[in-house]
Ligand binder design. Structure first.
Ligand code: ZN
Length: 673
C-alpha cells in the first residue's frame, strides 16, 4: 500500500522509502467531533496529517469573540507545519468536525528527521519555495490550472452561476477580502464590475485560465450536481474539484456562539404581535416557535447590528446552513449551522418579515422592524429559492444613522467647498456616480440634509428608503405595480417641488424626466452606475439623451468610492515603496500608514470607511466638449487641466494624510486609473 505521506504536498519530493520510514514513526491520534486539536495562541509543538475525517481551521475575532472559519481540511491535508518552522504560537485553532484520525509529527521527531534525512529537508525547502513563489506571483497575473486546485464550494457560491457562465470566471479562493478570480480574459472590466456588485468591496486578484480549462471545470462542477438531482440512484461522476458542499457539523454544538448568545435582551421585535397571522401553517409554525429557534433568529439579527453589518446572508448548503455578515463591505462567514435548523429558522425569519411561510418556490420581499438600545432599525428581507432550500438576504437599514454629513464624508476642504457650491445652485442636475456599494446614497442624503429647511419642498423616489429624513417626502419605488422612478418623478413635478432626489437613473425615461425637471427650474440629485465622472456623459448618451440637453442641465458630476480607514488604534507609519510613489505621484520615500492589526479592528488593521471623490464641475469648456460628443478620456483630461482632482489623486491625498492604506485605494481606483 502506498504511503499516505506521498500524497501530502510537503512530502511529495521525498523518496517513497523515506516516506514509509517516517510514517512508521508518526503516532496516530483520534479526535472526537468538536475536539480542539490545536488552539490559537498556544505554542506549536506538532504538525498533523489528516488520515480520515474532517477538521475546521478557525480564527477568533477578538472584538466579538466570534470564530471565523478559514478552511476545512480532509484526508491527506496537513496543518500545523508552519508553527514547527516559525516556532511562533498558533495563528488559528483547528477543531475536528467529524471523527478524525491524524498522524502526528511532533517537534522532536520533526527535528530528528530534518537532521537524519537530508531528502526531507530538501523536500520541505522545495515545498516552501513553491509556496513563496505562489505568494509572489499574486503580484502579477498568473496562469492557473483549474483541475489542479480544490475550489471551496462556498467560494464558488459567492457568484451566481449565470455570472460565471456569462463572463467565464470562477471564484477559486476568498480570504482576507481577496477574491482570487480565475478568468479566461483578465482584461474583462465588466466582469470585475459585476463581481464587485455582488461581492461588495472585494479586492479581486485575477488569474488566467484557458477556455478549455474553464469549460471542463464547469462541466465537472455543475453537470454532476444536475445529474444527481435528476437521478438519485445513478452514481454521480467523480468531479475533480469538490463540487458538493462540505459535510459539516453533525451535532448542534458548532452553533454554540449564536445559540447561547444573550446579547439580544434589548432587541424588541415589533413583528412579534403578528405571529398569529400564519396559524394555518401548523408544521412550519411549530418548527419556528421552538424557543432555541427564536433565540437563534434573534441572535443573528442582534449580532449583525452589534457588529455594524450592512447585510446578513443565510444560505442553505447541502449539509449545513451558512450565516454570513457583510461588515465594511466584506462578507464574513459567521457560522455554519446544522441543517436541521434550516426549516425552523427560515420560517421564523419569514414570519418576522410578514411573508408567506408556505411559499418556498417564489422569491418574496418583506421587512422586519426592531429596536435595539432605543434605535429603530429595519431589515429589508428577501428570499430566493436555492438549490438546497430558500436563501434569505437581509439588508440592515439603520434609520438613525448618524454618519450623515458632507463634512464627515469629504475630508478635503476644497472638494467639500466645491460640492457645497454645486448643491446651492437653484436648478440643474447633480449626478453621483460609482459602482454599487460606493456610498452614493449616503452622499446624496448628506447633501439633502444640508439644504433641508422648511422653506424648501424636497421629494425623493428611492429603492429602498435607507434613512428617514424629517420634512422630506420619501416614496418607495414599486416597479411591479408601475411605480417606477420615472412615474414618481412625473407625479412629483405636479406637486410644486424645489428639490428632487431620484435614487437611480438607469433608463431613458428616468433620465429624460430628470433632465426635463432640471430644465424647468428644479434641483435634481441622482445616481448613475459609472466608474468615473467623465463616463457619466457617455452613459447618458447611451441612454439616448441629446448632448445639448445634457450640457444645459448638468451642474456637475461626483464620482466616488469607499475605502476602509486605517485603524486609529494600531496605525503605524512606514516609508512608501518607490513603485507606490510613482503610481500615486507621491514624493520619493513618502511616509504612509498602515494598521498592524489589533483587537479594536479584529486584526485587520482597518476600521470604518472614508470616501474618495472626483468632482467634475461643468465649465463652458467642458460643456462645449460634451456638446460635440467628445470621448470620456478627452473630457477627463480637460477637466484635470482645469484643476479637477480625480479619484487617483484624491486617493493620494488620503494616503499622505494617513487616512487609508495603499492596499485599500489600489483596489478601488486601479481599474479606471
Ligand atoms: Zn487596529
Amino acid at each position: 500500500m502506498a504511503s499516505f505521506l506521498e500524497r501530502v504536498p510537503l512530502f511529495a519530493g521525498l523518496p517513497p522509502a523515506d516516506c514509509a520510514q517516517l510514517e512508521q514513526r508518526m503516532p496516530r491520534r483520534e479526535f472526537a467531533p468538536q475536539t480542539v486539536i490545536l488552539r490559537e495562541g498556544t505554542p506549536a509543538d506538532a504538525a498533523f496529517v489528516v488520515l480520515s475525517g474532517l477538521v475546521a481551521v478557525r480564527r477568533k475575532d477578538p472584538g466579538s469573540g466570534i470564530e471565523f472559519l478559514l478552511a476545512e481540511l480532509g484526508p491527506d491535508q496537513m496543518f500545523g507545519e508552519m508553527g514547527l518552522l516559525t516556532k511562533k504560537p498558533r495563528t488559528a485553532s483547528v477543531v475536528a468536525i467529524e471523527p478524525t484520525t491524524c498522524a502526528v509529527l511532533d517537534r522532536p521527531l520533526f527535528e530528528a528527521v530534518m537532521r537524519s534525512l537530508p531528502s526531507f529537508a530538501l523536500s520541505i525547502t522545495g515545498a516552501l519555495a513553491e509556496r513563496l513563489d505562489r505568494a509572489n506571483q499574486h503580484v502579477g497575473v498568473e496562469y492557473l490550472n483549474l483541475s489542479r486546485v480544490k475550489v471551496d464550494p462556498r467560494v464558488l457560491t459567492l457568484l451566481p452561476q449565470a455570472l460565471i457562465n456569462e463572463h467565464h470566471v470562477v471564484p477559486v479562493a476568498f480570504c482576507n477580502n481577496r477574491l482570487t478570480l480565475a478568468m479566461t480574459n483578465p482584461n474583462n472590466v465588466v466582469a470585475f464590475d459585476d463581481v464587485r456588485r455582488i461581492v461588495k468591496g472585494v479586492l479581486i486578484e485575477p488569474v488566467v485560465v484557458t477556455d478549455e480549462d474553464f469549460k471542463r471545470f464547469i462541466i465537472a462542477v455543475y453537470a454532476p450536481a444536475a445529474a444527481k438531482a435528476e437521478a438519485a440512484s445513478a452514481p454521480a461522476p467523480k468531479a475533480a474539484p469538490r463540487a458538493q458542499a462540505p459535510s459539516s457539523a453533525k451535532g448542534g454544538s458548532a452553533t454554540v456562539d449564536l445559540f447561547t448568545s444573550d446579547i439580544i435582551r434589548e432587541l424588541q421585535l415589533a413583528a412579534d404581535e403578528d405571529i398569529s397571522e400564519a396559524e394555518t401553517k401548523q408544521d412550519l409554525m411549530s418548527a419556528s416557535e421552538d424557543a432555541p429557534i427564536i433565540k437563534l433568529a434573534n441572535s443573528i439579527l442582534g449580532l449583525a447590528i452589534k457588529q455594524g453589518s450592512s447585510d446578513i446572508h443565510i444560505e442553505p448548503m447541502e449539509q449545513s446552513v451558512t450565516v454570513r455578515f457583510r461588515i465594511d463591505g466584506v462578507l464574513h462567514v459567521v457560522q455554519q449551522l446544522p441543517k436541521k435548523v434550516q426549516l425552523g429558522l427560515m420560517s421564523r425569519l419569514k414570519i418576522l418579515s410578514k411573508l408567506d411561510i408556505s411559499e418556498k418556490r417564489l422569491p418574496q420581499d418583506g421587512r422586519i422592524s426592531v429596536t435595539m438600545e432605543g434605535r429603530a432599525i429595519d431589515f429589508r428581507v428577501s428570499t430566493v429559492p436555492g438549490k438546497w432550500g430558500e436563501k434569505v438576504c437581509m439588508r440592515i437599514l439603520d434609520k438613525t444613522n448618524t454618519s450623515l454629513g458632507l463634512d464627515k464624508l469629504i475630508s478635503h476642504a476644497p472638494t467639500l467647498a466645491l460640492v457645497r457650491e454645486m448643491i446651492a445652485q437653484p436648478y440643474g442636475i447633480v449626478y453621483v456616480t460609482g459602482p454599487t456599494g460606493s456610498g452614493k446614497t449616503t452622499t446624496l442624503y448628506s447633501a439633502l440634509a444640508e439644504i433641508n429647511d422648511p422653506g424648501v419642498n424636497i421629494s425623493t423616489a428611492e429603492d429602498p428608503i435607507e434613512y428617514d429624513l424629517p420634512g422630506v417626502t420619501q416614496i418607495q419605488v414599486h416597479a411591479d405595480i408601475g411605480l417606477t422612478f420615472a412615474a414618481i418623478l412625473r407625479a412629483f413635478l405636479r406637486q410644486d417641488p424645489d428639490v428632487l432626489l431620484v435614487g437611480e437613473t438607469r433608463d431613458k425615461e428616468t433620465a429624460h424626466t430628470a433632465v426635463e425637471a432640471a430644465l424647468t427650474g428644479h434641483l435634481v440629485f441622482t445616481t448613475l452606475h459609472t466608474n468615473s465622472a467623465a463616463v457619466a456623459f457617455t452613459r447618458l448618451n447611451e441612454m439616448g439623451i441629446e448632448p445639448f440637453l445634457v450640457t444645459s442641465s448638468t451642474i456637475g458630476v461626483i464620482a466616488q468610492r469607499l475605502a476602509r480607514r486605517v485603524c486609529p488604534s494600531c496605525k503605524e507609519p512606514y516609508a512608501a515603496e518607490a513603485e507606490t510613489c510613482r503610481f500615486f505621484g507621491l514624493p520619493d520615500g513618502a511616509t504612509l500608514f498602515r494598521g498592524r492589526g489589533c483587537t479594536a479592528c479584529g486584526g485587520s488593521g482597518v476600521k470604518g470607511r472614508i470616501g474618495i471623490y472626483e468632482v467634475m464641475r461643468m465649465t463652458p469648456a467642458l460643456r462645449a466638449m460634451v456638446g460635440r460628443g467628445a470621448r470620456a478620456e478627452e473630457i477627463h483630461a480637460a477637466a484635470l487641466e482645469q484643476g479637477m482632482i480625480d479619484l487617483k489623486r484624491y486617493a493620494a491625498l488620503l494616503l499622505l494624510e494617513g487616512q487609508t492604506t495603499v492596499e485599500e485605494v489600489t483596489s478601488v481606483v486601479s481599474i479606471d486609473a
